[in-house]
Ligand binder design. Structure first.
Ligand code: HEC
Length: 466
């Protein structure tokens, strides 16, 4: 509440973060965390068997992921910082207080990773056959660093979903307030052991997808490479599925209940079963193609290599969406709601109102005259992290679906909002006072008839001293 409120009223703040984060995961799981050990393994095999063709294939594939990860991968990685800090500075601030050293180490590891990948790719040809051993060791170190960045971030992601026995620091030190208590949360290992084989498996699919671009059908190297990559892909699949089930079982039940909405969106929850079937079909397709590639590597058509790769990308994207969604209503479980308000502050805010304690608003109290304008401030503070006025997930559209008669009464909306967290548990309870809730209802009724595109709030109103 002490920060300016950034707001995108067309695509919505959630979508901005989602696009950045999902792109990052789709790039970095298969093309960095999974790809580097696989490229190093291929290089090592080529070296042991004196197979120059395989070495060249591994180098060419490395070129592709080198370019993509150091541009799109790195940009979206930093982009996650920019977008999440803009959209929910309170949450990032709280996470920084807990994970300061974790992030500090992460940055060092990340910088080392970038240096290593430069060395690894740029010296591949220069070192030649004699320097191979050193080059392969560089690849192994790079693989380790790239996995470590994921292993650190996973601690924070898991914590946001399930804070376990962690206790916020309230002026008295307790072991349960330490970074370690937060980092080794109940979801840490299941999520890490799920992401690791998933990255390795999808890297196999990514390599398979590229092989036809870099080899001709009758090339000596093609069939053994396809066979090896298919084997690699299929080996990791059961680990990913088992760890996925473990992870699933550890997710608190009340979060897991939201999966149907997470997988589809509220309007399409009836498609949930269909989408689950599609997910199973995707997994089966990945198995089928890898099995085919192992048995008949020469026969595997190009199209068959594209399909599982695209499927795997879709799967990865979906997992991220579901993970982000089911964390609701919290942004940090049992500590802060996704609207940026701490649970512990709710009693105070209910009594005083949110406007009184907010910096970037135009009104600090609700009066008879300023209801609509104050309601707009309340909307910015309590709904705009997730809803727009007239874009994606628009609040007027949502009320329209609920009360389609279009003649809303402010009391009707206010009564709904007092209870909305019970009806829709993915939404946090309304944090402010009753007067603020009524003002918000006035504002929503007003924008129903006079649609606006809401701007962010960057300027603060002077606080009147009583
Ligand atoms: C944590 C994010 C979040 C916050 C904060 C939030 N909402 Fe929602 N809200 C959602 C999501 C997600 C949906 C369902 C979207 C879908 O899939 O259709 C939703 C649905 C709704 C619906 C339709 C519910 C139904 O029963 O169909 C209304 C009305 C609504 N929100 C109003 C509000 C108002 C008013 C506020 C602010 C006081 C608010 N929301 C705050 C995330 C949020």
């Amino acid at each position: 509440m002490d920060f300016p409120l950034f707001h995108l009223d067309f695509i919505g703040n959630r979508m901005l973060v989602a696009i950045t984060a999902i792109t990052h995961v789709i790039v970095n799981h298969p093309m960095a965390v999974g790809a580097i050990p696989l490229a190093t393994l291929l290089e090592w095999r080529a070296w042991r068997n004196n197979n120059a063709g395989l070495d060249e294939l591994a180098r060419k594939i490395t070129f592709v992921f080198f370019v993509i990860t150091t541009s799109l991968g790195a940009m979206t990685g930093v982009g996650i910082w920019f977008t999440t800090s803009l959209v929910n500075p309170d949450a990032i601030g709280s996470l920084l207080r807990v994970f300061f050293w974790g992030w500090f180490i992460e940055w060092i590891v990340f910088v080392l990773e970038v240096i290593f990948i430069m060395i690894y790719f740029l010296t591949w040809k220069k070192l030649g056959h004699t320097g191979k051993k050193g080059h392969i060791i560089t690849g192994a170190a790079l693989a380790l660093f790239s996995w470590l960045t994921m292993a650190i971030i996973t601690g924070i992601l898991g914590f946001m979903m399930h804070s376990g026995s962690w206790q916020p620091y309230f002026w008295q030190w307790s072991e349960q307030s330490s970074m370690f208590a937060a980092f080794f949360n109940p979801l840490y290992f299941p999520q890490l052991w799920f992401r690791t084989p998933l990255a390795l498996m999808t890297a196999g699919l990514f390599f398979l997808f590229l092989v036809p671009f870099f080899t001709r059908k009758n090339d000596q190297v093609r069939a053994p490479a396809v066979r090896m990559l298919s084997l690699w892909t299929i080996i990791w699949l059961p680990f990913a599925v088992l760890a996925g089930l473990w992870y699933w079982n550890r997710i608190p039940a009340y979060l897991a209940e939201q999966t149907p909405v997470a997988v589809t969106t509220q309007a399409y929850t009836s498609w949930y079963q269909t989408i689950l079937v599609l997910l199973v079909i995707m997994v089966v397709a990945i198995i089928a193609v890898s099995a085919f590639g192992m048995l008949k590597p020469r026969r595997l058509p190009r199209l068959a290599l594209i399909v599982p790769f695209v499927f795997a990308m879709a799967l990865l994207g979906y997992f991220e969406r579901v993970r982000e969604f089911i964390r609701k209503p919290y942004i940090i479980q049992n500590y802060m709601y996704a609207n940026g308000f701490r649970i512990q502050d709710y009693p105070l805010l209910k009594q005083d109102g949110v406007l009184k304690h907010a910096t970037y608003v135009t009104h600090h109290t609700v009066t008879e005259e300023n209801k609509v304008a104050a309601g707009k401030d309340v909307f910015m503070l309590t709904c705009s992290r997730c809803h727009t006025v007239s874009g994606i997930n628009s609040v007027t559209q949502k009320f329209d679906d609920l009360f389609p008669n279009r003649a809303w009464q402010p009391q009707q909306l206010s009564a709904y909002m007092a209870n909305m967290h019970n009806v829709r548990p993915f939404m946090p309870p309304f944090p402010g006072s009753d007067a603020e809730r009524d003002a918000l209802a006035e504002f929503i009724v007003d924008v129903q008839y006079r649609p606006i595109r809401l701007e962010g709030a960057q300027s603060a109103a002077p606080v009147k001293q009583p």
